[in-house]
Design a protein around this ligand. Structure first.
Ligand code: NAX
Length: 329
């Protein structure tokens, strides 16, 4: 039997986790022969609810699930963690400014970054899902001294999957025909889903979908505003699709990317494409043969794309500037 991999999930009694934990325990994320230890972090008022989730995880009798540790202590939660999925976050409430939200969550991600540095495994990788995920990841990264910055990620895969599904529907093909979709920038309504470098059945999207007005207009806004549309329809924010995207992200980071393709995740910018170094920005990413990742280089960025990328990168800079006091150097 393989050695178990330890996965820590925060916000473990929340709605995304309610779907995510069962996917992880079933083997969807790290493979059908990979045993898992789950360490689950919640705040004290949610510990009862978390106990119920733990009962259900046990009742599912997953062959791969080795150990479950529910806790409200970050150090206990991150002890020996190989993967940390930071899903828990304080939601924006009526009357709260974006700055207040950044501040409240910033403090949470300082503590979690520090606890990861103290307690996680040497090979730890951290995927932030809780919003504002790019800036939360930035704060955690700055406060996890000793953990290399290339271990921190923020999730934009749900946006990529949404973009692929919109393109497939418009072209009348199955979603697996759509490849090379990159989300650039922030996981927010400014994100840019790049159709100019995307492909359908191996051909440029613009050769398959001739409706350029749709590509430049409704396609982008539909992807940008999909979260709000789901809240309106379902009366609650997207959870199962978000969990699925988190599973996809980890699987993509853990396995070599098929030749010629890429996927989207926000990483610490190295200055590629002129995007300021140090921002946690979504790029087209490939996982390499040796298990590392790289930003896909040399993609053509036309004037339209550049304008869109500038808008979302500027928003990331503004968010970063709003939390500079929370960033340790
Ligand atoms: P829920 O409110 O259902 O669950 C969040 C859970 O986090 C709660 O149980 C809460 O008690 C817990 N929590 C709060 N502070 C915590 C802390 N300091 N330590 C541990 N747990 C803590 O939200 P849910 O629908 O599960 O969404 C979770 C987060 O994902 C939200 O911030 C949401 O905005 C974000 N999303 C991010 C997406 C992305 O693509 N990056 C898409 C989906 C989702 O909107």
């Amino acid at each position: 039997m393989k050695t178990p991999i330890t996965v820590t999930v925060t916000g473990a009694a929340g709605q995304i986790a309610y779907s995510l934990l069962f996917r992880i325990a079933s083997g969807s994320m790290l493979g059908p022969d990979q045993p898992i230890n789950l360490r689950l972090l919640e705040i004290p008022p949610a510990m009862n609810a978390l106990e119920g989730v733990v009962m259900e995880l046990r009742d599912a009798a997953f062959p791969l699930l080795n150990e479950i540790v529910p806790t409200s202590d970050p150090d206990e939660a991150f002890a020996g963690a190989n993967w940390c999925l930071l899903v828990g976050s304080v939601p924006r409430k009526a009357g709260m400014e974006r700055k207040d939200l950044l501040d409240i969550n910033g403090k949470v991600f300082i503590g979690q970054g520090q606890a990861i540095a103290r307690s996680a495994a040497k090979d730890v990788r951290v995927l932030v899902v809780g919003n504002p995920c790019n800036t939360n990841a930035l704060i955690a990264m700055h406060n996890a001294s000793g953990v290399p910055s290339d271990r921190f990620f923020a999730m934009t895969r749900l946006d990529e999957n949404r973009a692929k599904s919109q393109l497939a529907e418009k072209a009348g093909v199955h979603v697996t025909e759509v490849t090379n979709v990159a989300i650039w920038g922030n996981h927010s309504s400014t994100q840019y889903p790049d159709f100019t470098n995307a492909k359908i059945g191996g051909k440029p999207v613009t050769e398959v979908i001739k409706d350029t007005e749709w590509l430049k207009g409704d396609f982008i806004t539909t992807v940008q505003q999909r979260g709000a549309a789901i809240i309106k329809a379902r009366g609650a924010s997207s959870a199962a699709s978000a969990a699925s995207a988190a599973v996809d992200t980890v699987r993509s980071l853990a396995t070599q990317t098929p030749e010629g393709d890429w996927y989207s995740v926000a990483v610490c910018s190295d200055g590629s494409y002129g995007i300021e170094k140090g921002l946690i920005c979504s790029f087209p990413i490939r996982t390499t043969k040796d298990g590392g990742w790289e930003i896909v280089q040399g993609l053509p960025i036309d004037v339209f794309s550049q304008e869109k990328i500038d808008v979302t990168v500027n928003e990331l800079k503004e968010e970063r500037d709003a939390v500079t006091s929370l960033l340790q150097h």
